[in-house]
Design a protein around this ligand. Sequence first.
Ligand code: G1P
Length: 283
Amino acid sequence: MKAVIPAAGFGTRFLPATKAQPKEMLPVFDKPTIQYVIEEAVASGIDDILIVTGKNKRSIEDHFDKSFELEYTLETTGKDSYLKTVRDITDLADICYVRQKDQKGLGDAIYCAKKHVGDEPFAVMLGDSITKGPSPCTKQLIDIYNKYEASAISLEAVPENKVERYGIIDGIEVESNVYKINNLVEKPSVAEAPSNLAIMGRYVLTPDIFDKIKDTKPGVGGEIQLTDALNDLDVIYGNTFEGKTYDIGNRLDWLKTSIEFAMDDNESRDDLIQFMKEVTNGV
Ligand code: G1P
């Protein structure tokens, strides 16, 4: 299976940090966000990845490309562990790029992948969210796709005051954590939201989604919304992911995610706890 990572957005929620650098390259603790996404794809058995980029996104390509000068310098100065880290990034997967010419929304960005994907099911992984769980989020969706032979998306229950930020579904639970979806609404008001189950940035889609996107009119924000196209699929399932999804598209959630990931690092944990005690001054 191939994966498509849309990474063409302006990152407006994170300005000014994203004025000249992609939000997908913002580091979470010690790695750019998009590297975590690609590692999740690889852990899910995917090694053919298409990144949909736009203006100011060249550093994404550089990050996954071979860097001769850097490797040469690390090699000749005996910095072997850094050399391995740098080489491992290049060897992660086969990565191709396509540019979305106009910012017409997530649906349009996915449509840019039509030629690369062809007539096969494929994964969509948003480039500004990271997941962590007992098994990779995308792998869980692939398992549902294989079982039900239908598109599958990952869901998470969100507090009522956050439903306006997400696509929200209406569905019936058909087995533990799996929903057959009747309806999807992009960024509804609290009053309009059919539930508090939000779409969390991971999808496994059947290729008929491309025809649905083609027929989708601009929706919320004047953009071609993937959520609206998903609504036109005959069958679609949702999985409340066993694990946690981190949305790094805004500064506070990004910072919290970095701290949480640093706490998993044995070399940093104790220092970080001490530092947090100092800065919070016992609050
Ligand atoms: C997109 C999708 C939305 C989904 C969200 C998850 O919105 O359109 O349905 O819930 O990602 O992060 P965006 O965050 O790009 O506005």
